[in-house]
Design a protein around this ligand. Structure first.
Ligand code: SAM
Length: 322
């Protein structure tokens, strides 16, 4: 049914963006004592080995978390965001990023990764379920949806090792179809992470339907949606339609994007073979984001674009409304 396996992509630049935003969001939501419920509608396998077969085959982490850890930069990478008119206000801050100390949100993300790798490096990469569980307190709850039978089995086995009891529920169910049943949670505090694989182009419409239904049930929840920035009309329309939805509902929103390379398909001069660029960019769209998120990302995104940028197209954008 599905061919997408997150193990091939774990720790790539999209995970770096997504997990940096996730941690910064959770840090704020966990400042209040009242219980928080986190719903992860597309959980994946939970934990990945970056030296394992899957990750080793694709090598995507080399251009994400591993590059960030090594501090290596491509010589061709420009001062981040210099080419991004949409990110004009933030671009002013981009120039001194090379000399600046590591942004707090990136340092925090790397701190969480190092908690899973006490000997250094990133041999183990935590997916969203493990990152979330690592930060939650005993009285918080985590609901994990994963529909791929193999990944769901791996996730259940990984989660079982945590001995977290009833704090964590793993559901072999359609996250789009049934995750709203947990909204609103009894404590009326929730974060919903939606991170589909967008393997099927109907996923874009299903994200919108889910967000509309979730807002109807629980208008004050925080919703964080990841999406790929690829040349496909549905991908292009998604943030625009989410903005309209949030604005109509009178809710605040935040939209952050990170581009690491050109999306152009090229031909290898010697072999004449077509070279596809792989995922060049991705975005995070949040409804009801914490007020602390925007300043943290304004500092972090220029550094991410600079450190993860692979060519002159590396850039970022950050906008908010409501
Ligand atoms: N959120 C994970 C993380 O950050 O570590 C990565 C998730 S991965 C991008 C998307 C996952 O969604 C895949 O493991 C896929 O099998 C699963 N999936 C696809 N369609 C689904 C659905 N309708 N409901 C639940 N899971 C689904």
């Amino acid at each position: 049914m599905f061919s997408y396996r997150h193990a091939f992509h774990a720790g790539n630049h999209a995970d770096v963006l997504k997990h940096t935003v996730l941690i910064a969001t959770l840090d704020h939501l966990l400042e209040k004592d009242a219980a928080l419920t986190v719903v992860d509608t597309h959980a994946g396998a939970g934990l990945y080995r970056l030296d394992g077969d899957y990750a080793g085959t694709s090598g995507e982490a080399a251009e994400g978390i591993l590059r960030l850890l090594s501090g290596k930069k491509e010589p061709a990478a420009p001062a981040a965001a210099a080419a991004a008119p949409a990110a004009k206000s933030a671009a002013k801050k981009a120039a001194p990023a090379a000399e600046a100390p590591l942004a707090d949100a990136i340092a925090r993300y790397l701190g969480v990764i190092s908690d899973f790798n006490p000997k250094g490096g990133a041999r183990v990469y935590p997916g969203s379920p493990f990152i979330i569980q690592h930060l939650l307190r005993d009285h918080d709850k985590l609901k994990l949806f994963e529909l791929h039978p193999t990944d769901s089995r791996t996730l259940s086995a990984n989660i079982a090792q945590l001995e977290a009891g009833r704090q964590i529920a793993v559901l072999l169910e359609d996250g789009f179809g049934s995750a709203t049943k947990f909204l609103p949670p009894p404590s009326r505090r929730a974060l919903v992470l939606m991170d589909p694989s967008y393997e099927m182009k109907t996923d874009y419409g299903r994200v919108l339907d889910f967000a509309a239904e979730a807002l109807k049930r629980f208008a004050t929840g925080t919703y964080a949606i990841w999406y790929p920035i690829i040349p496909r009309p549905e991908a292009h329309d998604l943030p625009r339609r989410l903005k309209t939805m949030a604005t109509k509902a009178g809710k605040s929103w935040l939209h952050a994007t990170l581009t690491v390379k050109s999306s152009k398909i090229t031909k290898d001069a010697a072999s004449g073979e077509t070279q596809r660029p792989g995922l060049p960019a991705s975005g995070m769209f949040l409804i009801n984001p914490p007020y602390t998120l925007k300043p943290l990302l304004a500092e972090a995104l220029p550094q991410l674009a600079e450190r993860l940028g692979q060519d002159r197209n590396a850039t970022f954008s950050l906008e908010s409304g409501g």
